[in-house]
Design a protein around this ligand. Structure first.
Ligand SMILES: NC(=O)c1ccc[n+]([C@@H]2O[C@H](COP(=O)([O-])OP(=O)(O)OC[C@H]3O[C@@H](n4cnc5c(N)ncnc54)[C@H](O)[C@@H]3O)[C@@H](O)[C@H]2O)c1
Length: 415
């Protein structure tokens, strides 16, 4: 297994020093964002959309439910998307096959980017330089340099930038993190993210020449695999809980089941190190969905489980194992003391305190609505560029650790 310093990624730009203290998230004010035209209260925000595939169309669906918004232009290199978007929007949306053409339009107020992640940094930087606020899907960049460049461009242009970490807009997750930060589970020391599925992660393609375009997630040149695609959301929750970015990564990945030509792993286990010995563990399996998608935050006085539909807070129930006296150990054996205590070794099966979503709540809709408000009011979003940097840099360095890491070989029994 390989251990790498995430600080290595920061050396790509002189931003590192600034970043440690440079945002609402890490604790400092943002520059005033600029927009290309002045938008009055009655104006409809004109959105240009780049990469309206599966996630992109979900974002469009939610934008269509957001008051005061118009899908004004679309861009994709795969032409059949255009008709899909027209049908979704209910009218012909001007279409472009090259993002530069879309950015040349004068009628757009904001740009959404939901292409595969290798294009995020390039398109987001170009969009901000063209004077438009950007909503960019995670992760903000594919390489550490990409991630730094996106932060750099946001600072230089003073633009509004929101990353697609919609979990930051889910009321029950916000309440969970607020409770943890208030001390409801004592000191949070560990965040464990499980994203397990029974799903081979492969899309059927209409024609083999489209394999890499449609199954970009399965190939290392276009995807950070499960760590980036799924783990980035959990890493973001850990960053939010701990109030900092991770400093180290130790990881492993392999192909255990799907020997189908993919070059990313079909399972991943990674441990991120934070200050004061705190840890984030991420596990992803694709052949067993029992655990599904859940994040556990473990603290010194309790635990909090977050799922996609609720959260549950458990106060510490098991008795702490205390040091046993020598005579106790002799009389009662392993039932007492540091090695074993029957009362505290069984999983807790009792009730916890439930946190529920608001009726009808959809985190992606809230994230889109909040971005539109930020564009109108010229404010930086909660899931701002520093939030995006935190998960992006962890995944891009993490990817290298997973694939280039070395493992110690365990020798055979000596003959
Ligand atoms: N926030 C979330 O919960 C969430 C969920 C799913 C996906 N995502 C992210 O959304 C992004 C897209 O994922 P997806 O599942 O929708 O992928 P997808 O393959 O379904 O869609 C990507 C679209 O981008 C287009 N595209 C590819 N290269 C392009 C280019 N150079 N210029 C313009 N268009 C291009 C493709 O033709 C396709 O229509 C990824 O970054 C992914 O990580 C986020």
């Amino acid at each position: 297994m390989n251990r790498r310093s995430l600080l290595q990624g920061l050396s790509f730009s002189m931003l590192a020093a600034k970043l440690s203290s440079a945002s609402p998230f890490y604790g400092q004010a943002e520059p005033q964002p600029k927009t290309s035209r002045s938008i009055s209260a009655n104006d409809r925000i004109q959105i240009g959309f780049i990469g309206p595939g599966s996630r992109g169309q979900e974002l469009i669906r939610q934008l269509l439910r957001t008051p005061g918004v118009e899908i004004a232009a679309q861009c994709d290199i795969y032409e059949p998307r255009f008709a899909e978007v027209d049908e979704l929007v209910g009218k012909k949306v001007p279409a472009h096959k090259d993002y530069r053409e879309l950015l040349q339009r004068k009628d757009l107020d904001a740009i959404f980017i939901a292409t595969p992640p290798v294009f995020h940094a390039k398109y987001a930087i170009a969009a901000m330089k063209s004077g438009r606020p950007v909503y960019c899907e995670k992760t903000i960049g594919f390489t550490p340099e990409d991630c730094n460049n996106v932060v750099d461009a946001t600072r230089r242009t003073g633009q509004i930038f929101q990353v697609g970490h919609q979990m930051r807009y889910a009321s029950w997750i916000v309440e969970s993190v607020n409770r943890v930060r208030k001390g409801d589970i004592g000191e949070p020391t560990h965040v464990y993210g499980y994203w397990h599925r029974s799903d081979n992660w492969r899309r059927e393609v209409p024609n083999p020449s489209l394999e890499h375009l449609m199954n970009w997630r399965l190939y290392r040149e276009s995807s950070g695999g499960l760590l980036e695609e799924l783990g980035s959301h959990h890493i973001d929750i850990a960053n939010w809980v701990f109030g900092e970015r991770p400093q180290t990564i130790l990881g492993t990945s392999s192909i255990a089941v799907y020997h189908d030509g993919r070059t990313v792993g079909d399972n991943v286990q990674a441990v991120f190190g934070y200050s004061k010995g705190r840890r984030m563990f991420f596990s992803s399996l694709t052949d067993n969905g029992l655990m599904a998608d859940q994040v556990w935050i473990y603290g010194t006085e309790g635990s909090l489980q977050i799922t996609l539909e609720d959260a549950t807070l458990y106060k510490q129930t098991s008795k702490r194992i205390t040091e046993a006296s020598h005579s106790d150990v002799v009389q009662k054996g392993v039932e007492t003391g540091a090695s074993y205590n029957a009362n505290s070794e069984m999983p807790y099966r009792g009730p916890g305190y439930r946190l529920h979503p608001k009726p009808g709540e959809d985190a992606t809709r809230t994230a889109c609505g909040s971005f539109v408000d930020c564009v109108r009011n010229k404010q930086q979003p909660f899931a701002n560029v520093d939030v995006g940097f935190g998960s992006g840099i962890a995944c891009s360095i993490g990817r290298q650790a997973l694939y280039e890491g070395h493992m110690e070989k365990i020798p055979e029994l000596r003959a």
